[in-house]
Write a protein that binds this ligand. Structure first.
Ligand SMILES: [Zn+2]
Ligand SMILES: [Zn+2]
Length: 742
């Protein structure tokens, strides 16, 4: 066996303290040689009697690393007398971009300790924690290629950086009060508040009820106490949309039910927002009027110090940007946009190179893939060609495949607005630069009018790349499995093969060949997008009966309005057509009077789910019919049942209405599961997969799963990527890659 060699380590090996780890182990085992970052990999050359043992250690790596591959080869160059950490070199970029990591326990202890030189320093970090992607300009990951380059280390920090026995040996983000980024507390006019420590002052102002914009790791948040939440909603004009909160870990059990897995997520290094079930569904209504509340624990030094000073147990902590727009990162931009919405700004002078929203997880499924998780890297074989997936339009992100790895960017947002469209372009440029990739294939949504589709065409023209349109719901299934399967895609809207709006679809096959074998009944959307905003229109579109018009008029519709809607549907004027599951849930929320106008994405369906908590579901008769070569589940007959129960109920009794809500979700889910199981039987397939935003609804997801599992079939979901449209760019790449492999 050789006693020396060259070792290449691939995976998450930068920004995780890999070099100091290797250095310490080499010293311990008497190994001579060197370690250095090479592109996005780590190269180690070593020689010594215990070389084999040393390689075993390298295969394990330090705690935060994730190793995909270790290559050991002969080395016949000269080897130094000592072990050295050499300067980084450019080299192969195999796809590793380190995500941001929450401040570790040891750094929090330093911040709390009056003896530590990091006492009360907001930007304390070490090799195991701190910002990474959000400060990264180019790879390899070293201080001079991050926005920490503007903060030359003081003598004490340099000494610690060079100390082999320190946790901050080669910590690229090392900084202290003397040399690191500083905080300032500003009035809306930009005047700095004199006096005490800015974080302490911020805590006092928050406790007093003020609303404060706080510049954090990946962008600006707006923070305030629960008592000030109504004031904040008023100022932002967002009366219905729930806020997320940042909460003291010891307080979370008082307001929500927290499972062991959820607690581990809350405490983990990614520190996402975890959507938890409230203890009392009606409590904390000023923060969330749903039965759930999004909670996160403090994740940066700044947050920890803020909560040490704060008297309140939790803070509303919402992204300062409008929903769907990019995170606001710069103070000037923040002041221009928010000076009338907030009372103060707490900001710092470290540039946010790459913005990153907070990630969001519910029931173990990712809702928003962002800070701490993204850029997400997955080992997958999609062939030799480099593929770019530009994503859909709402809840967009982008993915890039190269050399056996697929990288997905953080959440980008709603590409319908110009700022987010610009951010999409920026993100694509960023990923391709970081990975040194030139794409040969560009996968995009099949919708001809999406801005992302248009951009894909421009990029393809410029780069001479091949374009691959991918139907939205097929991308959902491709993002879930590579195996032959029956795929269930249930979501809001996606452009279908036939030009109608799809969203309740059953497929059979394997990427890139998916036959549409079933779907929800195609129903009219009176007024197109207007039926999305006003779900009562959708209700009448699905069930155009006089009783529905009577219900609407009992709620304040005039004779004229009802007459116009009736004519529109009867004469088929300005109707879009859809098989969307989301629109069906919207209409159910409308029937029960839970949501008459949608003010944010998914609102009626989310309110229906919350309203159904405590309801008793009864089985209704399910009706299917054939259409073309596929099978259709009749949502119209579902609504007939719901209407009968609604008219027969005492509409003042909440329990009756909750029972109808629960029954509606239960029977819709049974109907969808039935379509999938019929296809499985016809095609001899045993695996059924589920994706789409509607699958976040726990009652619907669990009913579908129970139906499928109890019939002996395999049921699969993908917890690694969002169920909603955050998985589309990934699925587009998979679909396009599988196509090339044929
Ligand atoms: Zn640390
Ligand atoms: Zn320093």
């Amino acid at each position: 066996m050789p006693s020396s060699g060259r070792v290449i380590i691939r995976g998450i090996v930068q920004g995780v303290g890999f070099r100091p780890f290797v250095y310490a182990k080499a010293r311990e085992l008497g190994i001579r040689g060197y370690v250095k970052n090479l592109g996005s990999e780590v190269e180690v050359v070593g020689s010594g009697g215990r070389f084999d043992e040393f390689v075993d250690v390298l295969r394990r790596g330090p705690p935060l690393s994730r190793i995909d591959q270790v290559i050991v080869e002969d080395y016949d160059g000269e080897i130094a007398k000592d072990f050295l950490i050499l300067p980084s070199e450019e080299g192969v970029l195999s796809g590793m971009i380190p995500p941001d990591i929450a401040t570790c326990e040891e750094c929090i202890a330093d911040i709390d300790s009056p003896e530590s030189r990091y006492h009360q320093y907001w930007c304390t970090s070490c090799v195991n924690c701190g910002p990474r992607y959000s400060i990264l300009q180019v790879l390899p990951y070293d201080r001079e290629r991050t926005s920490m380059s503007g903060f030359p280390m003081c003598l004490d920090c340099s000494r610690e950086y060079g100390d082999h026995f320190s946790r901050r040996h080669h910590a690229q983000t090392i900084a202290c009060q003397d040399c690191g980024p500083r905080l300032r507390l500003l009035s809306p006019d930009g005047d700095e508040l004199p006096g005490r420590d800015p974080i302490h002052e911020t805590a006092i102002l928050l406790d007093e009820g003020e609303i404060i914009a706080i510049r954090g790791v990946g962008g600006f948040h707006i923070a305030c106490t629960e008592e000030s939440a109504p004031k904040l909603k008023d100022r932002l004009g967002r009366s219905e949309q729930p806020f997320a909160v940042m909460i003291r870990p010891e307080h979370v059990d008082r307001i929500a039910k927290v499972s062991v897995e959820e607690r581990a997520l809350l405490m983990g290094q990614e520190r996402p927002i975890v959507v938890l079930e409230k203890k009392d569904p009606a409590a904390h209504a000023a923060i969330s009027n749903l039965h759930t509340i999004g909670c996160m624990f403090p994740y940066s030094g700044l947050h920890h110090i803020l909560f040490r000073h704060l008297r309140h147990p939790l803070l509303v902590m919402t992204s300062a940007n409008m929903p769907g727009y990019p995170m606001i990162t710069g103070i000037n931009h923040a002041m221009a946009l928010m000076r009338h919405d907030v009372d103060y700004f707490l900001t710092h002078d470290r540039v946010i190179v790459n913005r990153c929203d907070d990630s969001v997880v519910r029931d173990g499924f990712i809702i928003r893939l962002s800070r701490g998780i993204a850029p997400k890297r997955k080992a997958i074989d999609l062939g030799r060609r480099c593929i770019l997936g530009v994503g859909p339009e709402l809840n967009s992100n982008v993915s890039l495949y190269r050399d056996g790895f697929l990288i997905t960017s953080p959440h980008v947002g709603n590409v319908r607005n110009p700022q987010t469209y610009a951010y999409l372009q920026e993100t694509i440029a960023k990923l391709t630069t970081l990975l040194g990739a030139g794409y040969e294939v560009i996968a995009h949504d099949a919708h001809p009018q999406f801005l992302s589709t248009r951009y894909a065409r421009e990029l393809a023209d410029a780069a001479g790349a091949e374009l691959v349109p991918v139907q939205h719901h097929r991308a959902h299934i491709a993002a879930t499995t590579l195996d032959p399967c029956v795929g269930i895609a249930i979501d809001g809207v996606g452009y279908g093969d036939d030009g109608t709006i799809w969203g309740g679809e059953i497929f059979a096959g394997m990427a890139p060949e998916y036959d549409r074998t079933g779907h929800l009944e195609v129903v009219p959307m009176p007024g197109g997008d207007l039926a999305t905003r006003f779900p009562e229109r959708m209700l009448y579109g699905i069930l155009p009966e006089p009783e529905i018009l009577e219900v609407l008029m009992s709620r304040g519709w005039t004779d004229i309005e009802a007459g116009v809607l009736e004519t529109q549907v009867k004469r088929e004027i300005n109707l879009a057509r859809t098989s969307s599951t989301g629109r069906v849930l919207d209409a159910a929320a409308a029937l029960l009077g839970i949501c008459r106008e949608r003010t944010y994405d998914g609102e009626p369906a989310m309110k229906l789910e919350s309203f159904s908590i405590g309801g008793r579901a009864r089985p209704w008769e399910l009706n299917y019919f054939a259409e073309g070569s596929g099978e259709v589940f009749s949502t119209r007959s579902l609504f007939r049942n719901a209407l009968t129960e609604y008219l027969g109920s005492d509409r003042e009794t909440l329990q009756d209405l909750r029972d109808i809500a629960a029954s509606f979700q239960f029977n819709l889910a049974r109907g969808i599961a039935g379509l999938a199981m019929h296809t499985a039987e016809d095609r001899g397939l045993h695996k059924i997969v589920l994706s789409g935003g509607v699958a976040y609804n726990r009652a619907i997801r669990e009913t579908i799963r129970d139906e499928i599992v109890s019939s002996g079939l395999e049921f699969v979901m993908n917890p690694e990527y969002p169920l909603g449209d955050g998985c589309i760019s990934f699925g587009q790449c998979v679909y396009a890659g599988m196509r090339r492999r044929e």
